[in-house]
Design a protein around this ligand. Structure first.
Ligand code: SF4
Ligand code: ZN
Length: 418
């Protein structure tokens, strides 16, 4: 007999109402991650005898030893054992940390994997909140939300620099393994995609269609995750979508997908062309890691991520663009995407693909360098990365065009986009 924990033993109010709440600078007691320190999270499958259910351990200082504003490195390691647990379920359970930790009043959680960021408010600290309570939340909720796969959960929170870095290395190896499982898989080699409607509480008509070569726009769900999530809960947010008859392989349009989105969007959408930014493009909720936007004069597209607050050559900042692109409506010329889609062979392949990329912030180019370089070589443009303009050489569409002409960017030799 399994005991179900329903009460969460923490000194704070807890529930979905607190999910979207921010912790601002003035209210801040302590933080982990967010460029201030390393912060990563890792969920690992373990054998039954390796996990002591309910064991929560903080290795290193907890926040009660800090003065405001305190900064700690943090690695959250959750070990899960269960008779029906599978390695493929690790990313699904790990992706839950975000909303589970966010649901505590006065605690903010952003990001995932090795870019997570946790803020703890002064009010939460006054009520007695400590890092160990993150362990209590994850233990209680993973057991109660996933009773069919999690039988035992133990949580260790490391806050010493050396140990955090050691976990970070282990975590990165595992993240890579997860991403690589997908590497050889092509859209053509499967007959089923997966939908994700997790975001319909914010954007009621939005549905992500996740294919092997195009992950969800939040960057946290890929095709294998959709499959695993459906296996865990067939009535949950991820459903198989049969491709059905091919309408247009080049633009990525299938009869079955059209029927699915028309029903899932309650009649608001009729057609989807998965590989196009100009014709019936994918919609967005608001979670996109990056926004891709057409730059007609430069005969290409730009991409911008959340961390870039300056003006882009589209004449809009990220937040202005985000207001246009979100909300579940098709906006030809604009796409919300997960950053790994930029390295996919299906990245706006209907319009010529990777060679259309003409501008991106320099930090994003650096962060994705290995993936982008591999793609540049694949399309026969090994020195293309240097030809993509960034904010240091161009902030208007005309400056982008001038730069492209100077360096001989391949987009200028392609068919006109408009
Ligand atoms: Fe799912 Fe898309 Fe929302 Fe990500 S952005 S959680 S894939 S609906
Ligand atoms: Zn969303």
């Amino acid at each position: 007999l399994k005991v179900t924990v329903t009460e969460i033993p923490i000194p704070l109010s807890y529930g979905p109402a607190f999910e979207g709440e921010r912790v601002r600078k003035d209210d801040l007691f302590a933080e982990c991650g967010g460029r201030k320190s390393t912060c990563c999270e890792l969920l690992r499958m373990r054998e039954m005898e390796e996990v002591e259910d309910g064991r929560i351990e903080v290795v290193g200082p907890d926040i009660d030893e800090l003065e405001p504003v305190g900064v700690l490195p943090l690695a959250i390691v959750v070990d899960v054992a269960g008779r029906k647990m599978q390695k493929d379920f690790e990313p699904i359970l790990e992706r839950q940390f975000h909303h589970l930790i966010n649901s505590a009043e006065g605690i903010m959680h952003m990001g995932q994997r090795d870019i997570s960021w946790i803020r703890i408010s002064r009010q939460a600290r006054e009520k007695g909140f400590k890092l160990s309570h993150i362990g209590d939340i994850l233990h209680a909720k993973l057991l109660s939300d996933f009773p069919s796969i999690a039988d035992k959960v133990q949580v260790t929170l490391y806050t010493e620099e050396d140990k955090v870095n050691e976990i970070l290395q282990e975590a990165r190896t595992l993240y890579n393994e997860r991403d690589e499982r997908l590497a050889g898989l092509k859209d053509e080699s499967v007959d089923t995609f997966y939908s994700c409607s997790l975001c319909q509480s914010f954007a009621p008509n939005h549905v992500c269609v996740i294919t092997p070569e195009r992950l969800g726009l939040c960057g946290a769900y890929n095709w294998l995750d959709g499959q695993a999530s459906y296996e865990i809960d067939p009535s949950g947010p991820n459903k198989p979508v049969a491709k059905g008859e091919v309408i247009d392989q080049h633009k990525g349009e299938w009869q079955g997908v059209n029927e699915f989105i028309s029903q899932a969007s309650k009649g608001n959408l009729e057609r989807l062309k998965a590989y196009s930014i100009l014709e019936d493009p994918m919609t967005s909720c608001g979670c996109f890691e990056c926004i891709v936007a057409l730059l007609p004069a430069a005969n290409g597209v730009m991409v911008v991520d959340r961390d870039f607050s300056g003006m882009t050559p589209s004449g809009m900042t990220f937040s202005t663009l985000a207001g246009m692109v979100g909300g579940g409506i098709q906006t030809p010329g604009f796409l919300g995407v997960g950053k790994f889609y930029l390295g996919s062979d299906k990245f706006i392949s209907a319009e010529g693909g990777f060679k259309r990329l003409v501008w991106m912030p320099s930090h994003l180019k650096e962060r994705l360098r290995n993936m982008l370089q591999a793609q540049a070589e694949k399309v026969g443009e090994p020195d293309m990365l240097d030809k993509i303009a960034d904010e240091t050489v161009a902030t208007t569409e005309m400056e982008v065009l001038e730069y492209l002409e100077k360096v001989g960017h391949p987009a200028l030799g392609m068919d006109p986009m408009m």
